[in-house]
Design a protein around this ligand. Structure first.
Ligand SMILES: [Zn+2]
Length: 803
């Protein structure tokens, strides 16, 4: 295919030739197209060209081509010429912008095709199991860079100010993995990773922020080649940082696209969380090159395994690179988010039938990524890491270049392990929810039983095959818990029934917890299990701070994050209790804030530095610690410190207590940011200012388009949970509903509405649910229903807190 984008007019024209096999005699060929004008259509059989009539059904996104007489079975070539618009909705073939060094705005033409938007760039058979080799040619202004899936084969000036750039044909690919980017971008020199050239394509002037990602990419590619036992598919890797991107990143073979903040980073000014998110997302996309790109799901119902597996692999690759980051402890927060949604009546099974594009789009949520990854991890830990890897290798080898159903993976794992993997996985995948595993200990024996864990307390009779890992003071014992209770003879004293927090379940044991015998991830899970039980109504919410007091000496980041999630929610649902809450939070935080201080100690590990930022931010915002606020203000005025995690806390604390002048300064720093991380830090802080004027100013900047559409949904989500003015934010969202849902990326609307969970308390419109009923979001209907139900859990929490 050949495409000519016009970056000034925001249009493109193109031609595509598709080799097809006519299976049965027909005069009708149907493929996919949307928002395109077909200028010419023909079919060529044995060198003979016949014009086709083309009609586009926009509602069905289908292009119907009719031949004047029936085509006989055999080979044929379709040739189509078409034109389209470079849209600003961040899907299909779209435009992004950047401001050059001269202050002039310039356009980038780029693509995002998953799930069903390749059809917006060129007519095609837009289904994952209709793989093809793509030969991409782009005609672009001579001064612009152009990249696509394949390596550049030639670049020829056409004499009219444009160049024709021909890219190597790809391996057989699904359409959703095709990509091309044209713009005033720069490329790093390729890094040679055992014969595979890896480059970063970035906006001009940001080349000094590429070293970190190149180092991670080199490590993760080598680690993945070794783990999968297969060379890098596609043979070259370009990593492209885009100023406007609806998703986090996209695994287009050879041409992986990212939000800038998830690829470009200055390690000096980024904190550990920001570095880890770059390393994780990059490793996630690279893991897809094998699992997703080379071997691909047959249909969109399989997307969850694609994403769950890549999320699981990102953790393993980063764990191998930086064991000191303890990424599985960090995963505790993601797992908690999945358990939180999965405890609702409106949860869903991981896998469900996908019929429409909206069904496919709905699958990109916390249940697919985080629950999916947690369930894969549970299976890996049950089967053993090597046996699991061998099964995956066998699966890939059996289906190289092809399409699969999820059962194909279970079958390969059954062959290599001899375990009934398909049976075990069935309930986890086709049934929503998860169990509460209860352990009662009596006379050296432990009785295990299960029932569903739900915030509404209902037991609908669901049961799972639960691989339980018990740990006693002597060692680990493994049990597969089914419908009926199991009695286990304990070798020692019971320590936990969820060793390594690898099981996707909550647990309750009648024996006391001994934090001294638990690992960091197990302690954070213990806190989180208690918090979830509080939400479910089994503990007095006012007693949570007292429970958390037994962890005040904990040195681990994940444990503190779990404590602060609970405390933060208590503050969110009952702002009128803020003074009481602030004093409780202060009591919890004094010790650790005093111990860690403001400056990193020599030789301190990255997670402890991150913990300092987390507890200082909490002390200054939740606990209103006057000393911390004063020191944050001092550091804000003197302009920066030696530590990025502390800098992040300073911005959050100053914004939370700041006035109009501070806001103006925060905005100035946002605009002057030298890195995407600094930019995001200051942008996020704009949503924290307490005053109504400042909240209205930000809402204005969202609605008038000053804020990029990729960022607007996340700011609105924060504002909907604003300490004082969430009602104002909600009114503003409802007043601008048509504009927001029409202008912001389709996949971001339901994410923005997550803020609805916080719409509790005085002055809140009682008609929130009705408004959302009357204004459906088809591509995120279930997610919105979950936000509403979760809001109800917060309402009940509030009632219980305020009595
Ligand atoms: Zn992914």
């Amino acid at each position: 295919m050949e495409l000519r984008p016009d970056l000034d007019e925001h249009t493109f024209t193109g031609t595509v030739a598709i080799d097809v096999e006519v299976a049965t005699t027909t005069d009708r060929i149907t493929c996919n197209a949307a928002e395109l004008v077909v200028l010419d259509a023909a079919v060529i059989v044995d060198g003979e060209r016949t014009a086709l009539s083309a009609s586009l059904d926009e509602a069905a996104e289908r292009l119907v081509l009719l031949a004047p007489s029936p085509l006989a079975p055999g080979r044929a070539r379709l040739e189509l010429a078409f034109s389209g618009l470079l849209n600003d909705r961040l899907r299909g073939f779209y435009r992004s912008t950047l401001v050059g060094a001269d202050g002039v705005e310039q356009t980038i033409a780029t693509t995002q095709f998953q799930s069903t938007d390749a059809r917006r760039a060129f007519p095609c058979f837009d289904e994952p199991d209709m793989k093809a080799s793509f030969g991409v040619t782009l005609v672009v202004p001579e001064d612009l860079l152009a990249v696509s899936n394949g390596a550049e084969v030639s670049r020829t000036p056409l004499g009219d100010g444009t160049d024709r750039v021909v890219f190597a044909d790809t391996i057989e690919l699904s359409t959703y993995l095709v990509a091309f980017v044209v713009g005033p971008m720069e490329a790093t020199d390729p890094v040679d990773v055992d014969g595979v050239p890896v480059r970063i394509i970035h906006p001009p002037g940001r080349g000094d922020q590429t070293a970190f990602a190149l180092e991670v990419a080199a490590h993760s590619l080598r680690w993945l080649v070794d783990w999968y036992g297969i060379d890098v598919p596609g043979g070259k890797v370009d990593l492209v940082a885009l100023p406007d991107f609806a998703f986090g990143a996209m695994e287009n073979l050879g041409c992986i696209t990212f939000r800038e903040v998830l690829l470009l980073v200055d390690p000096e000014s980024a904190d550990q969380r920001e570095l880890e998110s770059v390393a994780s997302v990059l490793s996630h996309e690279l893991a897809h090159l094998w699992f997703g790109d080379l071997v691909t799901m047959r249909w969109w119902n399989g997307i969850w395994l694609n994403e769950a597996f890549a999320t699981f692999m990102e953790m393993k690759a980063v764990e191998a690179w930086r064991p000191d980051w303890d990424v599985w402890a960090g995963f505790g927060a993601a797992r908690a988010a999945a358990l939180d949604v999965d405890a609702l009546a409106s949860t869903r099974p991981i896998e469900y039938p996908v019929v429409t594009p909206a069904d496919a789009e709905s699958m990109f949520d916390v249940l697919t990524y985080q629950k999916g990854a947690a369930v894969v991890r549970m299976l890996e830990q049950f089967l053993g890491e090597e046996a699991f890897r061998d099964g995956v290798r066998r699966y890939l080898a059996d289906h190289l270049g092809g399409n699969t159903d999820n059962e194909d993976l279970w079958a390969a794992l059954e062959t290599t392990t001899g375990q009934p993997v398909g049976d075990l996985m069935h309930d986890w995948i086709f049934r929503g929810g998860f169990p509460l595993v209860e352990a009662t200990v009596d006379d050296g024996r432990c009785t295990l039983s299960q029932r569903p864990f739900r915030y509404d307390g209902l037991d609908d009779g669901s049961r799972w095959q639960v691989p339980v890992r018990l740990r006693t003071t002597v060692g680990e014992q493994r049990v597969l818990l089914g419908d009926d209770p199991v009695v286990v003879d304990l070798a020692g004293t019971l320590v936990t029934v969820n060793a390594g927090a690898a099981g996707f379940h909550r647990s309750r044991m009648d024996a006391p917890h001994d934090p001294g015998r638990l690992t960091a991830v197990e302690r954070s899970m213990t806190v989180d299990d208690r918090w979830a039980a509080t939400l479910a109504g089994r503990h007095d919410p006012a007693a949570f701070a007292g429970f958390a007091a037994s962890f005040v000496d904990d040195p681990d980041l994940a444990v503190w994050q779990a404590v602060l999630r609970g405390i933060g929610t208590l503050d969110l649902v009952a702002p009128e209790r803020h003074r009481t809450l602030a004093s409780e939070a202060g009591g919890l935080l004094t010790g650790i804030v005093g111990r860690l201080g403001w400056a990193p100690a020599n030789g301190e590990d990255d997670r402890t530095r991150q913990l300092r930022g987390v507890v200082l931010a909490a002390a200054g915002t939740l606990a209103d610690d006057p000393g911390v606020i004063a020191e944050a203000r001092r550091r804000w005025s003197s302009g920066g410190s030696a530590d990025p995690a502390v800098d992040g806390a300073v911005v959050a604390v100053v914004a939370t207590h700041g006035d109009g002048a501070d806001r103006a300064e925060c905005r100035r720093r946002f605009e002057a940011s030298g890195s995407a991380q600094e930019e995001q830090r200051h942008l996020r802080a704009l949503a924290l200012f307490g005053g109504l004027t400042e909240v209205e100013a930000l809402l204005g900047e969202v609605h008038d388009g000053t804020v990029r559409t990729q960022d607007a949904p996340f700011l609105l989500r924060s504002l909907l949970a604003h300490r004082h003015h969430r009602a104002v934010a909600w009114r503003s969202v409802t007043d601008h509903w048509e504009d927001l849902t029409g202008r912001l990326p389709s996949n971001s609307i339901a994410r923005m509405l997550e803020g609805v969970r916080a719409l509790v308390g005085a002055g809140i419109d009682p008609e929130v649910d009705r408004f959302l009923d009357d204004h459906p979001v088809p591509q995120g209907a279930l997610m919105v229903a979950q936000h509403c139900e979760r809001r109800g859990v917060n309402v009940r929490l509030r009632t219980r807190l305020l009595g």
